[in-house]
Design a protein around this ligand. Structure first.
Ligand SMILES: N[C@@H](CCC[C@H](N)C(=O)O)C(=O)O
Length: 257
């Protein structure tokens, strides 16, 4: 069966999106999703999403990692599917949609999407590193000389150690710089470094707030390999509320396969 796909990217985190409001895409075909995401044998993407109708919401986001398995929340994917919903004229400049981790509000203006993320109340430590769930599970460690590091190897080793191997984890490294922080991420489900990770940047910003003992309303600029993101939230102790992930979300190309 032929279907039309749409490619979007948010700060270099790239996604294939299919309008599945007619429910004609076989969402259980993990092999097909994996092939579509393959950069040599397919279209190429870090993740795959279905936009579906959902009663009471503008739409539902169903997210799959590049390995074809249904994933947890994807922040940059969430921002891209909002841009797609606007391009389909399902929404105008604001939306309320459902994803795997619950309800999300978002605003879009000139391809810039500000997406509300889940509240976070539980921050664990693994040695010096922070372990938290911002919709997806994340490990965050501060590192020097981040630009020069082998993020693939260091991320792979942490993601596959005895603590995380079974469930998997996304591994983020963060370094302060003049205007905010630089973050690099090894993504579970892609099993490689990606150019950006929205839930990862959100987790890294929370770790930065704890490390710098910031409380109250906070806005943190995060530079990633594929662009710039801004994370804002209210911090009271280890509770993070009013969490927003802001950044670009752009249409790349469409095709039929
Ligand atoms: N790229 C995503 C994170 C996607 C989810 C993740 N790989 C997982 O399932 O653990 C983002 O922008 O948040």
């Amino acid at each position: 069966m032929k279907f039309q796909f749409f490619k979007y990217q948010g700060a270099g985190n790239d996604f294939i999106i299919v309008d599945n409001r007619k429910r004609d895409f076989d969402a259980h075909n993990q092999d097909l999703i994996q092939k579509l995401c393959d950069r040599r044998f397919g279209i190429g993407a870090d993740g795959f999403m279905l936009l579906q109708d959902k009663e009471g919401y503008d739409f539902e986001m169903v997210y799959y990692n590049a390995d074809g398995a249904e994933g947890s929340m994807c922040g940059n994917g969430g921002r891209c599917i909002v841009a797609f919903a606007k391009d389909l004229k399902i929404i105008e400049n604001s939306t309320v949609f459902l994803a795997v981790d619950g309800v999300h509000h978002a605003e879009i203006s000139d391809n810039e999407v500000n997406l509300q993320m889940i509240d976070v109340h539980d921050i664990q430590r693994d040695g010096e590193a922070f372990v938290l769930n911002t919709g997806s599970p994340h490990y965050v460690a501060f590192k020097d000389e981040l630009a020069k590091r082998n993020v693939y190897q260091e991320g792979y080793d942490i993601r596959n150690n005895a603590s995380y191997k079974k469930e998997g984890i996304n591994v983020n490294f963060i370094q302060p710089e003049e205007q905010g922080y630089f973050v690099r991420t090894f993504e579970r489900g892609v099993e490689d470094e990606t150019l950006a990770c929205g839930t990862g940047a959100t987790a890294a910003a929370m770790a930065a707030a704890i490390q710098s003992e910031l409380q109250g309303d906070i806005k943190i600029p995060i530079r990633v390999l594929g662009g710039n993101l801004t994370i804002s939230f209210h911090r009271a102790g280890n509770s993070f509320t009013k969490v927003f992930l802001q950044g670009p979300a752009q249409f790349v190309f469409t095709g039929t396969i």
